[in-house]
Write a protein that binds this ligand. Structure first.
Ligand SMILES: Nc1ncnc2c1ncn2[C@@H]1O[C@H](COP(=O)(O)OP(=O)(O)OP(=O)(O)O)[C@@H](O)[C@H]1O
Ligand SMILES: [Mg+2]
Length: 568
């Protein structure tokens, strides 16, 4: 059960709901005691008296009936027994309900805590993480896998305490009896066949683990496909890709079906094989016991001990299978939670973080850069950027312009060379503060679902309405916003889908202006604008004489001549 160790770190999530969790376990124990001991016990000890078989009832009960009920079993004693049955059932159902409630309470809590942790972790991971992991995988790690981990951590907690205890009690009883009687000892040898079960159960576990990796992988591809399809309704229709997408979806589903059925076929074999091997052991025990002169009473005791041990062994076998099955999702979450974070947030309450007060230059010194695939994108790039003297980066498509900007934002690190800000390597700055000091309009700006005001205000969450309006005016967006029925309160669809390309760009520019950061980077920020609007944008830049400005533009002729130019 080495694989169960991996779950230990997740038990920490139970700390904050320990009371609910503890109550859940206690009610679970009450539930199983009242089910196991309640009615069967009554049937065994009280019924013989009621049904005229007093000699089979225990001595103490016979005395009680004699003393308190004057041996009248159809009067008060019958009433008491009749009352006890619903009373015990009531204890059973109430404790069953409470067990379910508290366990679910703790379980849902664990899921959400785990989801919060995974989601926060993802926010703080290096940008590279998103390039290296499928969207489907990330979404499953936040939304689905925590639920599966809960299944083991919480739902099994009942059993993790109860089952081994029962098993231990049964085994202790067997050992104790073995010391007392030789024939019992010999008979117990027969049961030693049962542990050979460990081998098939381990094999089954390995098989389930392999299948679960396949199911997880296919499930993630399915997620990614659905997301891709939902995000590209235009492309799918314009290129008549509907059938293709449906075909791919069905293919993945078919594979998941195949793997899941195989997994179910195998996991369902655990219980029957335990049952069969146990019966073999029982047969051998009977044979050896009787041959060695075992008495009926002893054999009956052996039978009860085996019966007690049988349940836990079966359950532990099933648990082993389940643990192996969710090993793959667990590994996914585990990997994410253990990745090294990129952004080290400053304690926001203790100090109001200001922009960097940059005075000197931003310099690239012999900067060389390659993505993971190894192809050199930037080769010994040198330039310096001064306050009030905008730099235009141009060059053919794929020359590495956007990549260069990513380096300034520290989304990636240079392969060699250094980027110096105010005389200090940029990697010495906290990325949070560095990015706070940069207003950036990406090549393909995304807007969030919400109103136009909300989207612009992302530049500075504390900005007043009039500051938002001013930024919109500066970005030449005010006019078209005013034309919308709801003006600044117009709700824009996810990713800004209800706006035109140029409108989207101008809102992204307004957002950057509102940020009022010392460094401003515009990656083809005016590419979707017409000539007139582009000219307005370029004139507007003249207002930022105290800023460090980087403009990526294909059409450098449209920009003032005094701007410095870096050709890539
Ligand atoms: N995440 C990435 N992983 C690997 N290679 C990348 C990645 N992003 C870009 N590239 C590669 O790096 C090179 C430079 O890309 P970049 O986006 O910087 O070009 P660009 O100059 O901005 O082009 P454009 O004018 O078309 O926007 C390209 O060859 C591209 O294939
Ligand atoms: Mg680019």
């Amino acid at each position: 059960m080495g694989s169960i160790k991996k779950f230990f770190p997740y038990f920490k999530y139970l700390k904050r709901v320990w009371l609910h969790f503890g109550l859940g376990i206690i009610f679970g124990i009450i539930f199983s005691l009242s089910s196991g001991l309640g009615l069967p016990l009554m049937a065994e000890i009280a019924f013989p008296i009621l049904f005229d078989n007093s000699d089979q009832a225990p001595e103490w009960l016979r005395l009680v009936v004699e003393k308190y009920f004057s041996n009248n079993v159809t009067g008060g004693f019958l009433l008491l027994c009749s009352f006890l049955i619903p009373a015990m059932i009531l204890v059973r159902v109430l404790s069953g309900w409470a067990n379910g409630f508290f366990m679910n309470y703790a379980g849902i809590f664990v899921v959400q805590e785990l989801q919060k942790d995974t989601f926060s972790k993802i926010q703080n991971l290096p940008y590279n993480f998103f390039k290296n992991n499928q969207t489907g995988e990330i979404i499953a790690s936040v939304l689905n896998y925590p639920n599966e981990i809960r299944r083991v951590v919480v739902d099994m907690s009942n059993d993790i305490v109860k089952q081994p205890l029962t098993l231990l009690a049964a085994i202790s009883f067997l050992i104790y009896k073995s010391f007392a009687s030789e024939s019992f000892f010999i008979s117990v040898i027969g049961i030693l066949t049962v542990p050979i079960l460990v081998f098939p159960i381990r094999k089954i576990g390995q098989y389930l683990s392999k299948r679960s990796r396949q199911i997880v992988k296919e499930g993630e591809s399915l997620n990614s496909l659905v997301i891709e399809t939902i995000q590209s309704p235009v492309e799918i229709r314009a290129f008549n890709l509907e059938e293709r997408q449906i075909g791919r979806f069905t293919d993945i589903l078919n594979r998941i079906f195949r793997f899941t059925i195989k997994s179910i076929r195998t996991s369902l074999m655990i219980s029957p094989s335990i049952e069969f091997v146990s019966s073999l052991g029982f047969g051998v025990a009977l044979y050896l016991g009787v041959q060695n002169g075992m008495e009926q009473g002893e054999f009956f005791a052996l039978f009860i001990a085996l019966y007690m041990a049988y349940g836990p062994i079966k359950r532990l076998g099933q648990m082993h299978g389940l643990v192996r099955q969710i090993e793959a999702p667990l590994n996914r979450v585990d990997t994410i939670l253990n990745l090294k974070e990129d952004v080290c947030y400053i304690d926001k309450d203790s100090s109001d973080i200001n922009n960097l007060a940059i005075q000197g230059q931003i310099e690239f010194k012999d900067v060389t850069f390659a993505y993971d695939d190894g192809l050199t994108v930037l080769d010994t790039v040198n330039f310096s950027l001064k306050k009030g003297s905008p730099l235009v980066i141009s060059g053919k498509s794929g020359a590495g312009k956007s990549s260069l900007v990513n380096l300034i934002l520290r989304l990636y690190e240079p392969s060699s060379g250094s980027i110096i800000l105010d005389g200090k390597e940029i990697r010495e700055y906290n990325p949070y503060v560095l990015r706070k000091s940069i207003a950036y309009v990406p090549q393909m700006p995304l807007l969030f679902k919400g109103t136009i005001t909300e989207n612009i205000r992302l530049g500075n969450l504390k900005a007043t309405d009039s500051q938002v309006i001013k930024a919109a005016k500066d970005a030449n967006a005010y006019e078209f916003i005013q034309r919308f029925k709801d003006g600044f309160d117009t709700v824009i669809g996810e990713k800004g889908s209800t706006l035109s390309g140029g409108q989207r760009q101008r809102i992204a520019i307004a957002r950057a202006f509102l940020k009022n950061a010392p460094v401003m980077i515009f990656d083809e920020a005016s590419s979707a604008l017409d000539k007139k609007n582009k000219a307005i944008f370029n004139t507007c830049l003249e207002n930022f004489a105290d800023k460090y400005i980087v403009i990526i533009d294909h059409d450098k002729e449209s920009l003032p001549e005094h701007y410095s130019i870096l050709e890539l």
